[in-house]
Design a protein around this ligand. Structure first.
Ligand code: MG
Length: 304
């Protein structure tokens, strides 16, 4: 076995291509985050938060350039069901959307009259609602945004209805909710908690929340404890495996929570997403560099 993959459980062997290797596509950032694949543009957008830049990889020629700078200290991104980019902005402390006319429009910046902390990561449900985490990392210092005191007394996960602007707190039992995604059937919401940054006794973990008949998460349960460092961003593949950033690796979990394998990465991994024309290329943002590897899995929701 090469050192590209670490197999903890035979189930992982079916998910990678033995001779596929991790590729470093670009380097030169400060802290890369928030990759989102935009199929119609054959591009990957990703954040370089301290440089206040939104970067773009052109998948056709491999070039990387600035898509927008300054951009408002973007962190996480995703696509909505109409293919529009949804962004978490540390600078504006808001959720915004890049509309088809090329204009960024703010969708939410307050909860019950108080400013959000600094939206971090985001997913869109098939009903169009936008779910995002709101820890304080973008206001803790000037490095990833603008330092400020929180107006909210907690860090929660919110559900935003972009049609009405209604926003509600749906996960409220975490210290610093961070990455999140749905299972393929959308019956489970997974959320990572990086609260150890503010409480040394906190255990970095991913929790799973069953979605109830009302479309809201119920009580959470433990899903996975971090083997080292933190879980930051993660995504589900079409068969429900979680591909999670974790220190200097991508850790892969079976739907039952078993850590089945890992892909070591030379830098600290912040986030990842599936991309490529067949959504079987895992794009990985890690500290100063963008990496990718073809895998034998593809994006949740990809219809082939
Ligand atoms: Mg994050």
């Amino acid at each position: 076995m090469s050192d590209t993959y670490i197999v903890h459980d035979p189930r992982f062997s079916a998910l990678f291509i033995g001779h596929a290797r991790l590729e470093r596509l670009w380097t030169g950032g400060r802290w890369l985050e928030g990759p989102v694949y935009v199929p119609a543009a054959k591009s990957l957008l990703f954040s370089d938060i301290p440089n206040d830049a939104l970067m773009r990889l052109d998948e056709c020629d491999g070039s990387v350039g600035v898509f927008e700078r300054p951009c408002g200290f973007h962190n996480g991104h995703t696509l909505d069901r109409e293919g529009r980019v949804i962004a978490c902005e540390h600078g504006g402390r808001r959720i915004s959307r890049l509309d088809h006319d090329g204009i960024w429009r703010g969708l939410a910046d307050r909860f019950e009259g108080r400013r959000l902390n600094s939206p971090n990561d985001v997913v869109v449900h098939s009903d169009g609602s936008i779910w995002f985490s709101d820890p304080t990392y973008g206001i803790d210092s000037h490095y990833e945004g603008h330092r400020a005191s929180p107006e909210l007394s907690s860090c929660d996960v919110y559900r935003l209805d972009p049609r009405t602007g209604a926003i509600e707190a749906v996960v409220t039992d975490m210290l610093r909710p961070n990455g999140l995604c749905f299972s393929p059937d959308e019956r489970t919401l997974y959320v990572s908690d990086t609260g150890r940054t503010h409480d040394r006794d906190h255990t970095p973990c991913i929790r799973a929340y069953a979605i109830g008949p009302d479309g809201r998460p119920g009580e959470g349960r433990h899903f996975a404890a971090s083997p080292s460092g933190f879980f930051d961003g993660f995504r589900s593949d079409d068969r429900g495996h979680l591909w999670a950033s974790n220190a200097d690796a991508v850790c892969v979990y079976a739907p039952d929570g078993t850590h089945i394998g890992s892909i070591p990465v030379p830098e600290m991994v912040s986030n990842l997403c599936f991309g490529g024309q067949k959504r079987n290329r895992l794009y990985i943002t890690a500290q100063t560099s963008l990496y990718a590897i073809y895998v034998n899995a593809h994006a949740c929701g990809f219809a082939d």
